[in-house]
Design a protein around this ligand. Sequence first.
Ligand code: PLP
Length: 220
Amino acid sequence: MGSFKERLERIRTRMSLATEACGRDAGSVSLLAVSKFHPSEALREAMESGITHFAENYVQEGMSKSALLPNATFALIGPLQRNKAKPALQYFHELLTVDRPELASRLSRLAEELRVCREIWIQVDLWGEISKVGGCPPSSVQSIINALGGSSILSLKGFMAIPPPGMTSAFSELAYFRETWQQRLGVRIQLSMGMSDDLEEAIKAGSDQIRIGTALFGER
Ligand SMILES: *Cc1c(COP(=O)(O)O)cnc(C)c1O
């Protein structure tokens, strides 16, 4: 698969071809490097190519890696249990899996206590998947936003989603959902959708952030 640098180049090329093909600005989509289950040496190699922000699925794993890599920052993309809310806020700059009002109010209280500012993404599930990947139904979005408290301590950055595999209409449904909420709230809401295999479709539908693991770090 070559070096990290080569894999990164390939992803960047795919991203720029995809933005170009639909007339979007080359810099309008960000790349979140998903380093879960890869050792800290792999992250170190990535840092040599200028990547300093990594996504992890487990709070514990992010904590250990951040101890080893003080110059890296982390995003949480795995399900967040209530009892991990505090370390999640301490060790992650961005939380992408906030999907319950109770969790949002707990985070908001703890963030104030800890005096940290964090970026929050609400994980949405528009398809009623009773799955372990998480995500709230559309009917919970407003109460989660309320629970975040509208403060700048926890700022709402966007919606994150993991669509059911092979569901081709999912990305445009998410884009429409985002549009509705942007109009309702009058603020910009980003969309985090698209992974190694479907980043082109996600970018075409309007994704602002793709999350890439395998295509950057190799098989887990
Ligand atoms: C693992 C994971 C990814 C990366 O998936 P790849 O197929 O390895 O690119 C993206 N998003 C979430 C939420 C994940 O858990």
